[in-house]
Write a protein that binds this ligand. Structure first.
Ligand code: C5P
Length: 231
């Protein structure tokens, strides 16, 4: 088997995509399947960690992978909105050595949630939604982290090449995370696919890891980078 290099560590992984309700039957969401986050949780458990997976709208089948091989070492907490995710992750992070925010969190939510279904009758031929900013969960965690706690963010970027790297470096700095894992996404890449391609940016802005492969291979490369930064 693989080295138990995460033995004794408590880790939190967020995964999936938040949904922000508009009315009782509608939401603003995103295309995250949660597969990369689930792969991170399974890989951490395989390497000896005790894992809390904070899951936002992940398919039962995808979650089933967690409960399959590593039952008992992964606790799943389900959440819906960004604010619920903030509560759950902040709670779990208080005792954690490593927090990895792989979830796609809505940057904005509807300013008001309608009590009853929005109707065309009431709205007419045009509907304007007002959105308010959600808290940046991972930036808040990084600002509040204890000595020895490692905070990792993800970034899905539609740019490529040097522009992608520059944006990633700025994002790592702005959020003040230890590692930023960036992947190139688009209409046909990154989401809902089996494979992923990532670059990991470290504290000095350097490339800490770079890999492509299955989401499990990517997950192991991320944990390798986490282990290396904690040395
Ligand atoms: O700024 P951007 O949304 O690209 O950053 C992505 C990273 O920040 C991911 O790790 C995501 O989980 C996290 N995030 C967050 N809270 C938000 C938005 C994103 O923690 N409101």
């Amino acid at each position: 088997g693989r080295a138990q290099d995460l033995a004794g560590l408590r880790v939190v992984v967020s995964a999936g995509g938040t949904r922000e309700p508009l009315d009782p039957v509608r939401f603003l969401g995103n295309r995250s399947s949660g597969r990369q986050g689930v792969a991170l949780a399974v890989a951490a458990a395989d390497r000896g960690a005790e894992v809390t997976l904070v899951a936002a709208h992940i398919d039962g089948e995808v979650i089933g992978e967690v409960l399959g091989g590593v039952r008992g070492r992964v606790t799943v907490v389900s959440v819906g909105t960004a604010l619920e995710m903030q509560d759950a992750v902040t709670d779990a992070a208080s005792g954690a050595d490593v927090v990895v925010m792989a979830a796609a969190v809505a940057d904005y939510r509807p300013a008001e949630v309608a009590e009853s279904k929005l109707t065309k009758e009431a709205q007419g031929d045009r509907l304007t939604l007002e959105l308010v900013e959600n808290p940046d969960i991972v930036a808040g965690l990084a600002a509040a982290r204890r000595p020895g706690q490692t905070v990792v963010a993800f970034a899905a970027e539609t740019s490529s090449g040097d522009e992608l790297l520059e944006r990633a470096r700025r994002k790592r700095e702005r959020k003040d995370v230890d590692l930023l894992v960036v992947n190139e996404v688009g209409w046909t890449r990154g989401f809902e696919t089996a494979d992923n391609e990532i670059v990991v940016i470290g504290r000095a802005g350097g490339v800490a890891a770079q890999t492509s492969g299955s989401k499990r291979e990517v997950a192991d490369a991320v944990w390798d980078a986490v282990v290396a930064t904690r040395r």
